[in-house]
Write a protein that binds this ligand. Structure first.
Ligand SMILES: Cc1cc2nc3c(=O)[nH]c(=O)nc-3n(C[C@H](O)[C@H](O)[C@H](O)COP(=O)(O)OP(=O)(O)OC[C@H]3O[C@@H](n4cnc5c(N)ncnc54)[C@H](O)[C@@H]3O)c2cc1C
Length: 809
């Protein structure tokens, strides 16, 4: 419909008629919400969608992404098969080329992960690469990852089909009708003001592609999305292709940074050039619609030389068209699909750089979230709340450029790339740097990973064990025997206070709140469907005054969830930026702390396990908690940032007499696996309830009510879907990685959530969700790591000091 006065009310208004908006609209109708509207400023597809190279693949860096992509393919096949409105869709197969052993490992890991989702892919050798793509030179290749369902689709055809199907069930689509502003009523409803009228709605979705922040501004937010120019060229007819009786498969090449597919009897070749250009950083011409940027193939000359070597037939082919269009990037390469941080009932589907292939799945994800509050799969890696205040325009731009330049270079485990670093640091950054700290990034914060034995030591990133393993072993051995200190930057901390704070928190968690002042407890929050949502350490600091501590990455996630239920009388004060934790761990930790704290009593009787006290470290006052993630006697010192350096200096001076050493995140990760402690958004995801996650002791079903209780009771009647187990694995070359499949014989029975080497118990440990009948201690299984199966056995969850004698020492 064009130029028509819009309806006045709808349940959801989706803004943007590219593939993301149309897929969201379609999936809302599939979830039964037909009172929904899409507003498009121009013609459908007139943003990035119309000119996409439109490759559609099953590739995904984690299981959820693979499942989402697979959903796209199944949906597109169904739409394309509609006899009345067929869509041009070629499934040719496709390959990602491997030039290095690390790429081979990466692909083997991804292939194993896909197998765990029932999605078949394979690794093929270089000779097979040549057989499947007769135009390719296999010089220097180690092989390729083959996806049998890779291909390309008509991007406009599929987008219009989604819109048409949505309209058939009652959804409204208004084209040539830009949204001009958005306001909010006192009752929380939005009024979307468009050129042809206002629509009042419960929920809005921003799906406006490279104009994301024009609509973001209308909602008062700036989304961490940057647009990049991206080019592909189309060749004239090539006799080599004409001679074939099949379409050549898609190629994606990290060596020469290009992709290629067949278009008619020529090739389409897209390039990721190092000298890339951002788009629209200073605003976008309102008339830029169904438009392209000026072509500039000269930028791609460095790549072209290599591309022509890889596809020699190109040297004889004429180029008839160059397409240069805007494409959106985020900070980590994955789009933002889900709730907009800080604005209840506002959602987005933005930052899609491979939106044609992905949008089928993303539309499903977003529609399920909107309608049901959560979706079939936990998709935290797409959640807009994963980036917080540090993710400003300039930060995003630097990361987007870096990501574009590394398009097919997938991150290796623990790899943190250099662009836009130092976004969040504590006063200790330069001090730890002097100690040869190797840094990683958590929610923008620089966080110590480990301490290099010398400045020249390089942390080799690999899916296999590297020399860093021995360095971490030494850090652990030292703190196990003496004492070590670690800085935990950016730990998420709120103070929650006010009348009813206790009552409010009691309703939020499924277990017991600490009732006595100074006591702390580990608590879990559930979704309304009874699944695990969040983990928090709660400390009772006074009457109706609690401290909340959770993962650094949970900062905006937890804030928005708490705010959704919080009564007006309760105040939430954010403290992640004002305080930093120093963890002091090891058998001598108490003696060290006592030595710098003469008038405070650190003895076991005065300050037992799981308590919180105000203490002095020299002349600095800190909040100390006797809690341990390492399994050793340990204390967390919560230090105001202005006194962090002071406390560090005092501990280090006094520490000389106690053999104080340093440790980082790698050591902590190894130790928590030995203790059976779980990781939020790896082991703790909302695809499982707390009993499936083996958190039985943290659930109190006798409480009159808590969020998710009724749904949890219903789940319990149905029995567990999967159960979390600890496995030890008989593999010397590598740890398992998240997503690796677990087998019982030939049958796939589960997949790994997190894994690593346990240095104190000298075991290769993995946590996995498996079929309930495979969860008994002693069950023999196999785990696939980098393409090979290794024997594994289900073991007790706590392998190190199960009686907790060391933490209570
Ligand atoms: C050269 C190139 C090649 C590509 N190749 C591939 C590929 O091979 N495979 C792949 O998966 N992806 C590819 N992409 C990426 C893909 O095109 C995008 O990810 C996808 O089209 C994004 O869809 P979208 O719906 O998010 O955004 P868009 O298609 O940009 O849609 C956003 C819509 O919002 C509308 N809008 C904006 N502001 C308003 C407003 N105020 N009111 C109402 N409407 C508004 C716009 O008019 C537009 O129609 C390629 C991109 C480029 C540039």
């Amino acid at each position: 419909m064009t130029n028509k006065t819009v309806i006045s009310h709808a349940r959801v208004v989706v803004i943007g008629g590219g593939i993301a908006g149309c897929s969201t609209l379609y999936h809302l109708t599939r979830e039964g919400w037909t009172d929904v509207v899409l507003l498009e400023r121009d013609e459908l597809t007139s943003g990035s969608t119309w000119h996409a190279a439109a490759q559609v693949t099953q590739f995904g860096g984690n299981q959820t992404m693979i499942a989402l992509k697979r959903h796209s393919i199944d949906l597109y096949r169904e739409l394309a098969a509609d006899a009345e409105n067929p869509i041009s869709y070629h499934i040719t197969g496709g390959m990602r080329l491997a030039h290095t052993p690390n790429q081979v490992d990466t692909y083997r890991h991804f292939i194993g992960m896909a197998a765990g989702m029932g999605v078949e892919m394979e690794f093929i050798d270089a000779a097979e690469v040549g057989r499947r793509h007769p135009l390719i030179s296999t010089e220097g290749l180690l092989g390729a990852w083959w996806d049998p369902l890779d291909g390309d689709i008509d991007p406009a055809g599929v987008t219009f089909a989604l819109a048409r199907k949505a309209r058939e069930t009652g959804a409204e689509v208004y084209r040539f009708n830009p949204v001009q502003s958005i306001t909010r009523k006192a009752n929380g409803e939005f009024i979307v003001h468009s050129k042809h009228g206002d629509i009042t709605c419960e929920k809005v979705v921003n799906a406006t592609g490279y104009r994301v922040n024009e609509v973001g501004n209308m909602l008062g937010v700036s989304h961490p999305v940057t647009s990049m120019e991206h080019m592909y060229f189309l060749t004239d007819t090539m006799p080599e292709l004409e001679a074939l009786d099949f379409r050549v498969p898609v190629i994606r090449d990290p060596g020469d940074d290009f992709y290629s597919r067949q278009e008619k009897n020529g090739l389409l070749v897209g390039v990721y050039e190092q000298g890339c250009q951002t788009f629209g950083m200073d605003g976008i011409d309102p008339d830029f619609t169904q438009a392209l940027c000026p072509s500039d193939l000269d930028r791609c000359l460095d790549n072209m030389e290599h591309i022509f070597e890889r596809l020699p037939a190109l040297t004889e082919a004429g180029i008839h068209t160059v397409i240069n269009g805007p494409i959106t990037y985020t900070i980590d390469g994955a789009p933002l699909i889900g709730p907009i941080p800080g604005i209840e009932n506002a959602y987005c589907a933005i930052g899609l750089r491979a939106g044609i292939g992905e949008s089928g799945g993303h539309g499903k994800l977003l529609a399920e979230m909107i309608v049901h509050g959560e979706c079939e799969w936990d998709a935290w890696f797409l959640d807009p709340r994963r980036f917080t205040q540090y993710a400003n325009t300039e930060h995003t731009c630097l990361k987007a450029i870096e990501d574009y330049q590394n398009e097919f270079h997938y991150h290796l485990p623990h790899e943190h790339r250099p662009a836009a670093r130092l976004a969040r640091t504590t006063p200790l950054y330069p001090v730890l740097e002097q100690l040869n700290c190797a840094w990683g990034v958590v929610n923008g914060w620089e966080r110590a990973l480990f301490f290099k034995p010398d400045a020249g030591f390089v942390d080799e990133h690999s899916f296999r064990f590297t020399p860093t393993k021995a360095v971490v072993a030494k850090e652990i051995e030292h703190l196990q025997q003496q004492v070590g200190v670690m800085e935990v930057s950016g730990f998420n901390r709120y103070e929650i206070s006010g009348d009813c704070a206790e009552e409010f928190l009691d309703m939020m968690i499924c277990g017991r709140l600490p009732r006595e002042i100074g006591k702390l407890s580990l608590c879990y929050l559930l979704t309304e469907k009874g699944n695990v949502l969040s983990e928090a350490t709660l400390v009772k600091r006074g009457e109706n005054r609690y401290w909340w501590g959770s993962a650094a990455a949970a900062e905006w996630h937890d804030r928005d969830w708490l705010n959704r239920f919080k009564p007006d009388s309760v105040t939430i004060t954010e403290m992640a930026d004002s305080h930093t934790i120093l963890v002091v761990a090891g058998p001598k930790s108490r003696d060290l702390l006592q030595s710098v704290s003469p008038r405070c009593d650190w003895s076991k009787d005065a300050f037992p396990w799981l308590q919180c006290r105000q203490m002095f470290i020299g002349h600095a006052e800190v909040t100390a908690m006797s809690v341990s993630f390492s399994g050793e006697l340990a204390y967390e010192l919560h230090v105001p940032n202005e006194q962090l350096y002071l406390v560090w200096q005092i501990l280090n001076q006094a520490g000389k007499a106690f053999g104080l050493g340093y440790f980082g995140l790698y050591a902590t990760e190894s130790m928590r696996l030995e203790k059976g402690y779980l990781h939020w958004k790896a082991d703790l995801i909302y695809e499982h309830n707390p009993f499936e996650a083996r958190l039985d002791r943290f659930v109190n079903l006798d409480k009159p009510d808590f969020i998710g209780k009724q749904a949890l009771l219903e789940q319990l009647e149905r029995g567990p879907r999967k159960l979390l187990v600890s496995l030890t694995v008989d593999c010397d070359i590598a740890s398992a990685h998240g997503g690796d499949p677990v087998f019982a014989g030939e049958q796939q029975v589960g997949s790994v959530t997190s894994a690593g080497y346990g240095h104190r118990v000298q075991k290769n440990i993995a946590y996995a969700y498996v079929n309930p009948d495979m969860a008994k201690i002693g069950t023999g299984l196999q785990l696939e790591i980098l393409g090979d199966k290794y024997a594994a056995v289900v073991v007790e969850p706590t392998l190190y000091d199960p009686a907790n004698q060391r933490v209570r020492a």
